[in-house]
Design a binder for this molecule. Sequence first.
Ligand code: ADP
Length: 610
Amino acid sequence: MHGGWERIAELADKAPAADRAGTVRRLVVYLRPYRAELGLAFVFVLAGTAGQALGPALIGRAVDQHLAPGADPGPLNRAMLGLLAAYGVGFVGFVGQTALVGRLGQHVLATLREEIFARIQRLSIRYFDTHEAGDLMSRLVSDTEVVGNFLTQGLMQSLGSLFGLVAVVALMVWSSPVLALTTLVVIPAMVWLTRVFSSQARDRYRTAREAIGEVSSNLQEDISGVRESQAFARTRRNIERFAQANAANRDANVNAVAVTSAFTPAVDVLSAVATAIVIGLGGWMAVTGRIEVGTVVAFVIWVANFFRPIQQLSALYTQAQAAVAGAERVFDLLDEPIEVVDRPGAVALPDVAGAIALEGVWFGYQPDKPVLRGLDLAIAPGQMVAVVGPTGAGKSTLAKLVLRYYDVDAGRVCVDGHDVRDVTQASLRRQFGVVPQEVFLFSGSIADNIRYGRPGATDAEVEAAARAVGAHDAIASLPEGYATPLGERGGALSAGQRQLVALARAALVQPRILLLDEATANIDTRTEARIQAGLEALMRGRTSLVIAHRLSTVRRADLVAVLVDGRIVEQGTHAELLARGGAYAELHHKQFGALEAPAGAGPDAPPVQA
Ligand code: ADP
C-alpha cells in the first residue's frame, strides 16, 4: 500500500458523491465469478476473528479457575492447549483469507486491465486527440490496482476489522457491562482523533502530490528536451528549477509524514488510557468481588485488540473512497463510446481496383470549425496524386478521412464506389499501405517492424519487401541486419532509415492504395534518392495519394491537387498548373522556389547555394 498511497489519496479526494451505489454494484459484477472463493474467504475471516476474540476469554478463565496455589495442573494445561488452538484457528483463518483473496484480486485486476486495453485499442482516433497517453496509462495501471486491491484485500479486511470490533465489544459487554461501558468512553476521543489526523494528513498529502507532480513534469520535459536544453544552454537554469521543485517536494513530504507518524503514538496514548481505566476500575471491582480477576486480564488484552480494527477501518474508508473514484475512471473509459463503428450489416470491401472519390466533403475536428469545406476529388485506379497546399490547409485531414479515422460531417468518401461507411473498417484499411510523416517503430527487431501489418510473413517475404523499396542494402549493412533490435521510437536509426523501414512495412502488405505523407525532415540526398527509387517501385501499379512536400514528387504525379481553404481549387499536372499561373503557381513559387534547380539540372538535384 505504500507506493499506492499517493494514488489512493488522490482518488479519495475525487470521490464522487453521486451514483456511488451504481459504481459499487457494477464492481460487484467482477467478483461474481469468484463467489465460491469469496464464500470460503468469508469463512476464514470469521474463523480468524473468532480465534482472536476468544483467546483473551480463555486466558481470563484460566486465570480464574486454574491459577490457585496447589491447583491441579491438568486443567491449566488443557486451557493452554485450548488457547493455542483458538489462536491457531485465527492464524489459519488469516493466512487462508489473505492467500485466497490475494489471488482473486490479481484475477480481477487482470480482467479489468484486459478490458481497458481492448477498449483503448478500439477507440476512435478522435479520442486520442483529446486524451493523453499518460492519463490512459494511469487508468490502466494505478486506478485498476486501487480498485482491485480494495475489492479483495480491502473488502475482506474491512469485514474482518468490523467483525473483530463487534466480537470484542460483544464479549466485553457480556463479561462485564459496567467495565465495558466505562472503557468504551474512549471511543468518542478515538473518533475525534482519527478525524483530525485524517483531515490533516489529507491536506498535507495533497500538497505533497502537487509537489511530486511538479517534479515529474519537470523531469519529463527536461529529459525529453535534453537536446534543446543543451543546445540553448539551459542546463543550469533547468538544474536550479529542478532543485526548487525537488526541495518543495521534500518539505511537503516531511510535513505529511510528520502527521501520519504522530497518529500511531496518539492512538497508543488512548489505548494506555483505556488500559488504565480497565486496571483501575476493573482492579477495584475485582478486589471488591464484583468481577473475577480473569475478566480484568481478558479486558486488558481486548482493549489492546480493540484499537487496531478502528485504525484499520479508518484507513480502509479512505481506500474505499479511492476505489470508487478509481472505478468511476475505469468505467468512464470502458463506457467511452466508439465514435467510428461498423454500420449494422456492413460488408467486407472486396479487393479494390483503387478508385477514390471524395464528394462534397465537409469535415471539422470541432463542429463549428470546418477544415474541409465541400471538397471534391476523384482519383482513378493506379493514378498517383500529389496533394499540395499551405500548412494547415487540411491535407493530412483528407488522408485520415479516406482511411475513415473520422466520419465526414457531410458528403461522402468512396473507395471503388463503396461509401467507406458501408464497409467494415478492417476490410477498408486492409486495402491501404500507410507511410506517415513521423514513422512509429515499435520495440522489437527491424524484421518485426516490417512485419507489423502481416505478422505471418516469412523472412524471405520481409526481405523481398525491403528489396522492393530499396531498403535491403541499408538494413543489411547494420551490424545485426534484419535482427537489429530497435528501442522505442526507432532507437538509433536515422530519419531516412526509419522511412525505409516504413516503406518496406507498407510494401509487405501489398496494398492496393498507398497513402503517403512525405517526410519534411531533412534527409541526406543519397538516402532521399534511395527512398525515391523505393517509392516509385512501391507506387507502380497502385493508386497513390501523396501529401507532397518535395518538388520531385509533384513533378512525377499524374495529377496535382491544390488544397486551399478546405477545397481543391485547382488540379492538373505540374506543367499545366504552372502554365495556368494560378494558386499552384503561387504556392509553387513560395514552397519550392528556393529549391528550383537551374535549367539542365535533374529534378532531384540538391538546392544550389548562391
Ligand atoms: P495539413 O496536413 O494541410 O498541414 P491538417 O490536415 O493537418 O493540415 O490540419 C488542418 C487543420 O485542422 C489545421 O488547422 C489543424 O490545426 C487542424 N487539426 C489537425 N488535426 C487536428 C486534431 N486532431 N484536432 C483538432 N484540430 C486539428
